[in-house]
Design a protein around this ligand. Structure first.
Ligand code: VTB
Length: 335
């Protein structure tokens, strides 16, 4: 029986299409004030396009548990070759993590920073994190190796500042604006750093800290665990670092973690433990304008999207500006 072999670049290109199309669908719902509707728009298109991708994929991070999410649930098989049996095993058996619309509220209110996200790796290369909270500290390449999740905020900020050759006063730390972060915010202020409070979107913030010129230098605090794994996948491609620890809310979550094979819930995860894969591909498209990516622009004759497409194996970081033209022969493209 013939084995189907495809170059990995094909997957990158296909994933780009997945995040672009889901961003366009979500952006159409911008500002209508219904976060679930926006999310659903992104999920449906992401699921549909994903099924045209030549792969046998398994969702390891998605919209939730099988019984709670109708689409893109954990364990769902996706891709054009999802039904292929073992005998005709294909080259691209991949694990997939998605956040079809990171920042559903942002999209629903037209606020900056909503993105669509997909990461993939060879089997087993992305942590199957439960849908719980995660304590995180995220830095860019220059501060790799100097942070410690158990050190004081002040010590971490001093170490980051030293590596960035500046005073703590010149650092900007991104923190999710939540009551649970009152003490953290106080500690950052006491240390002298500046703060950017965000209402949602610690994933795009985490990617931003690994890119020079974005003006943000660290992300600290508690956000979603799935977002933490996706952040790690991006940081592998950008040489950044995340240290993280799952936050166990109650007995039910503790039980769930045990069932997922997490033996020590207090373990500190490094970037390479959250996203251990060798063949990581990361794709994200802006939905609303943000620090990281421009949002989708509808210009009548077509649509323009901006995406980040990264491939760990070939060390490519691509910023992709795509013009999706309407089907008319007389349309011009602006530079
Ligand atoms: C973060 C953020 C997400 O959830 O992970 C956050 O990145 C954490 O959850 O965009 P709470 O909202 O419960 O604090 C989001 O804000 C939404 O999923």
């Amino acid at each position: 029986m013939a084995r189907i072999r495809l170059p990995l670049q094909n997957l990158s290109r296909a994933f780009l299409e997945v995040v672009e199309q889901s961003a366009i669908a979500a952006a159409r719902t911008m500002g209508i004030g219904d976060r679930e509707f926006s999310d659903q728009a992104a999920v449906e298109v992401m699921r549909k396009i994903m099924d045209s991708v030549p792969m046998k994929g398994t969702i390891v991070i998605g919209e939730g548990e099988r019984d709670k999410a109708p689409m893109l649930y954990i364990g769902e098989k996706v891709g054009k070759h999802k039904d292929i049996t073992k005998g005709e095993q294909i080259a691209h058996e991949v694990d997939i993590a998605v956040d079809p619309l990171e920042g559903t509220n942002l999209c629903a209110t037209g606020a900056p920073g909503a993105i669509t996200v997909l990461a993939s790796s060879e089997k087993g290369g992305l942590l199957n994190a439960p849908d719980c909270y995660m304590e995180k500290i995220i830095v860019g390449p220059s501060s790799k190796g100097v942070i410690d999740i158990d050190a004081s905020v002040k010590d971490n900020l001093r170490a980051i500042a030293r590596r960035l050759d500046r005073d703590v006063e010149n650092l900007v730390v991104v923190v999710l604006d939540r009551p649970r972060h009152a003490q953290l915010i106080q500690d950052i202020r006491a240390a002298g750093a500046r703060i950017r409070l965000i209402s949602d979107g610690d994933l795009s913030a985490g990617i931003s800290v690994a890119l020079r010129g974005t003006g943000v230098h660290a992300v600290m605090g508690i956000g979603g665990a799935p977002e933490g794994v996706l952040t790690a996948a991006a940081l592998r491609c950008l040489n950044g670092e995340i240290l993280a620890r799952l936050v166990v809310k109650d007995e039910e979550q503790a039980e769930r973690m045990k069932n997922m094979g997490i033996r020590d819930p207090s373990k500190v995860y490094a970037t390479t433990e959250l996203a251990s894969g060798k063949n990581i591909i990361f794709a994200a498209t802006g939905v609303t304008d943000g620090t990281l990516l421009k949002g989708v622009r509808f210009f009548g004759d077509g649509t323009r999207t901006q995406s980040l497409l990264m491939n760990l194996a070939n060390r490519h970081v691509r910023f992709v500006d795509t013009v999706h033209l309407a089907q008319r022969p007389d349309i011009s493209v602006r530079l």
